[in-house]
Design a protein around this ligand. Structure first.
Ligand code: TRP
Length: 335
């Protein structure tokens, strides 16, 4: 069976973009793949995280996965730091990947900004850890958004170089999984920027913990333009905010943009926003209710993560053992 690995960072403000862009797609992969879904807390600390907040966010992300319909019995849900294979293999990949490869990563350049001297070494090596996440399980497929494609490419390069250097055919060359029309949810204030947990404006995003009133208010205040809705997709040219609201509607209702436009083409945005807000509340509230229930009594979530980590260890342990053998590390046979 083909094996999926994917991860979400527990860095607070889990929002609609995380849900429509990642978690919801994971739910749909469960029938076709063996899935390992990870709350990547080791990745989170490449930037400063407040410890109590990190703990809460880890539970929040896990709760969102479960509430959205990921089955933690059939598949594996766990947090990265509970399985040492990630950090161990990441170190080995630090010694496989080249400085030049990592220097070309656009996400590092963006996140480090002008102040590179002050970025953590972890932020620079971040893609090596991501490669380790996937390859510690010999993952074959990774569902990724546009912004992670370069990192996935790097994981392929690392697997290839490792195989070449040691003359083995050990690590698989991972493939991206495209799940239908990828939904790239943009900021509600600026249609050319991705919806982001770090945007200072609360009105830029719909958080998974927002209640019905907040969702309605944010959609009402979302930036648009004075034009009515067009009759076809082409009519969104140069109208990124309008296109974004439409993309969100289509994703939530699981329709194509053209199907939605066949109903709403020619309408004013004020009317459309009302429909969008009703749809968002109706679609999200069952998930949000379940999330709140899970977060209020975190023992269940903690048990899921612990059990998932144990099963993840059972898969990664023999793989790490083989890696050590290939590299030439002495080891006790049963470690
Ligand atoms: N880097 C990914 C992100 O920020 C999260 C992630 C970590 C990931 N490890 C992964 C995604 C492995 C896919 C596979 O979105």
């Amino acid at each position: 069976m083909q094996r999926i690995f994917s991860g979400v960072q527990p860095t607070g403000n889990l929002h609609l973009g995380n849900y429509l862009g990642a978690i919801r797609n994971w739910v749909r992969l469960q029938d076709d793949y063996e899935c390992i879904f990870c709350v990547v807390d080791l990745h989170a600390i490449t930037a400063w995280q407040d410890p109590p907040q990190l703990r809460a966010s880890t539970r929040e992300v896990a709760a969102a996965m479960i509430a959205a319909g990921v089955d933690p019995k059939k598949h594996i849900v766990f947090n990265q730091s509970q399985v040492s294979a990630h950090a161990e293999l990441a170190w080995i990949f630090n010694c496989v990947a080249r400085m030049g490869w990592l220097s070309r990563m656009t996400q590092f350049k963006e996140k480090a900004g002008k102040n590179r001297e002050n970025a953590s070494v972890g932020l620079f090596a971040y893609p090596n850890l991501m490669a380790a996440d996937i390859l510690a399980y010999k993952g074959t497929h990774v569902p990724v958004g546009e912004d992670q494609k370069q990192h996935l490419e790097l994981a392929r390069d690392i697997a290839q170089k490792f195989n070449n250097d040691f003359g083995v055919d050990f690590f698989p060359i991972v493939e991206p999984v495209i799940t239908g029309e990828a939904t790239r949810v943009m900021s509600l204030r600026d249609g050319s920027n991705k919806m982001s947990k770090s945007d200072p404006s609360e009105y830029s995003r719909i958080n998974m913990v927002d209640d019905a009133d907040e969702i309605a208010r944010k959609i009402r205040k979302a930036k648009t333009d004075p034009e009515a809705l067009p009759d076809s997709k082409e009519g969104f040219e140069g109208r990124p905010e309008a296109a974004n609201l439409m993309a969100i509607y289509a994703a939530l209702s699981d329709e194509s943009v053209d199907d939605v436009l066949s109903r709403f083409g020619g309408e004013q945005f004020s009317t459309f926003k009302q429909h969008l807000s009703d749809l968002a509340v109706a679609t999200l509230s069952p998930i949000q209710d379940e999330m709140r229930r899970l977060i209020a009594a975190p023992d269940y979530v903690d048990d899921v993560l612990r059990d998932g980590a144990e099963r993840a260890r059972a898969i990664s342990r023999p793989i790490i053992h083989d890696v050590h053998e290939i590299i030439g590390f002495l080891q006790s046979p049963n470690a």
